[in-house]
Design a protein around this ligand. Structure first.
Ligand SMILES: [Zn+2]
Length: 427
């Protein structure tokens, strides 16, 4: 249960991708990792552990055994972002009665779950100071809310009400004139903000339900994977392969940004590690051919009231272990080879696993594994933990699964020897 509480704290400290990466890098600093900057030369040595941040919202860290022979890379990847609402540049909206924020939808949140709860605002701002432009992280816990229309004016609300993002999802922060604040800068007492990436967020702290086997929290997708895979990575040891942990921003909007899983970030880092150790072009290609990527992003647990939405034989449950996601159209990268490898890692760690596939008439979602493969094309698998209400402002997951993921990733990363992928089956 201690790990579940740590996860809940981790999520609470990470209202936005910028905060999540800061929380992760603080953990890495405490574990003795050294920061490398992309715009400076790297001094990388055997036995060392390092991290690189891009855009304050994605991180890649790696550790190299003292006697590493660069057989390959053992990589685990997750994402730092969450669906929600982003403030527009001119974010103050006023009408004769209220002060409001003008927001835009980020990714695919379930709108109705954002109504009638205290919302915070967090993200990054640039300010003009004597030193020039200064970056600051901002986190204001109780700022605004998005009110529902009363049922008396919307009698059909429980039959599914349409919510227009420009009309219905604008958050109020004051009644007009009462607070004496005229815009966002005045609200937070900072008049020198030049630009911002700010998001509304659910500031509620996660908690374990009385039964002890379920916990609720905002941002379980995907900070549960970001946290558990980090712990597994930190625990793991491997003398042959280089261990890599990545957490990318922008999965919820398609990953096609300079710091997303579709960028060259991972490829750039792997190449620079190779160069630092004077590996030839061919040696680097050999290392890639021996590498495996585990893409960790949460999965849909069978729904208590809508079980008919799930595949009849490949549905998954909370507290029953690692979900291995399969898709014929390879929206998940999993194949027979990567399944065999990962299941071995789970067995070694005594961790249960289960298979997920969408109903054949449901499309389901995609994730970062397939996107990352377009830049770094290596053996990959898509896994996750089962949860309810994905993309709700408050999600639910199983407490036992937290430790399962930590153990499975530790085992996968430390596994001494992998079955070689045969080039061809000879008689
Ligand atoms: Zn996700």
């Amino acid at each position: 249960m201690e790990k579940v509480q740590n996860l809940i704290d981790f999520i609470h400290q990470s209202p936005t991708p910028y905060h999540a990466i800061r929380t992760i890098t603080q953990r890495l600093e405490n574990a003795g990792f050294t920061e490398l900057a992309e715009n400076k030369p790297w001094n990388v040595k055997s036995g060392g552990s390092y991290y690189v941040v891009r855009d304050q919202s994605s991180v890649i860290c790696f550790k190299i055994g003292l006697k590493s022979d660069f057989r390959g890379y053992r990589i685990v990847a997750s994402h730092s972002d969450t669906p929600g609402f982003k403030l527009k540049p001119n974010s103050t909206l006023e009408n004769p009665h209220y002060m409001k924020f003008n927001t835009e939808v980020y990714g695919g949140p379930i709108f109705s779950t954002w109504m009638d709860r205290p919302l915070g605002i967090a993200g990054r701002v640039y300010r003009k100071t004597e030193k020039g432009l200064t970056l600051e992280l901002v986190d204001l816990p109780d700022v605004c809310l998005i009110p529902n229309l009363p049922i008396h004016f919307n009698r059909e609300v429980n039959k599914g009400a349409e919510l227009n993002p420009q009309v219905d999802m604008q958050a109020i922060w004051s009644t007009k004139g009462a607070s004496g604040k005229s815009d966002f800068n005045a609200l937070i007492n900072k008049n020198d903000i030049i630009s911002h990436d700010l998001f509304l967020y659910n500031r509620e702290k996660g908690r374990v339900l009385t039964s002890g086997d379920l916990f609720v929290s905002p941002r379980i997708d995907n900070l549960e994977c970001a946290y558990t895979t980090l712990e597994g990575f930190l625990n793991a040891e491997n003398e042959k392969d280089i261990l890599v942990y990545a957490c990318f921003n922008h999965e919820e909007i398609g990953s096609a940004t300079k710091q997303g899983a579709g960028s060259t970030f991972l490829k750039d880092v792997l190449e620079r590690i190779g160069y630092a150790f004077n590996k030839t072009w061919e040696e680097q290609k050999i290392a890639l051919a021996n590498s495996v990527l585990v893409s960790a992003d949460n999965a849909h647990a069978i729904h208590p009231n809508r079980g008919e939405k799930f595949d009849p034989t490949n549905f998954v449950k909370m507290n029953e272990g690692i979900v291995i996601k399969h898709s014929a159209r390879q929206s998940y990268t999993t194949d027979a080879f990567s399944t065999a490898l990962f299941q071995e890692a789970c067995k070694k760690a005594n961790v249960p696993y289960q298979a997920f596939a969408n109903r054949s008439d449901e499309r389901g979602g995609g994730t970062l594994g397939a996107i990352s493969s377009s830049q770094v094309s290596i053996t990959s698998i898509d896994i996750g933990l089962a949860q309810l209400a994905m993309h709700s402002a408050l999600e639910t997951a199983g407490t036992k699964d937290v430790i399962y993921m930590i153990k499975a990733i530790q085992s996968f990363m430390g596994m001494e020897y992998f079955v070689e992928q045969p080039n061809w089956l000879l008689k």
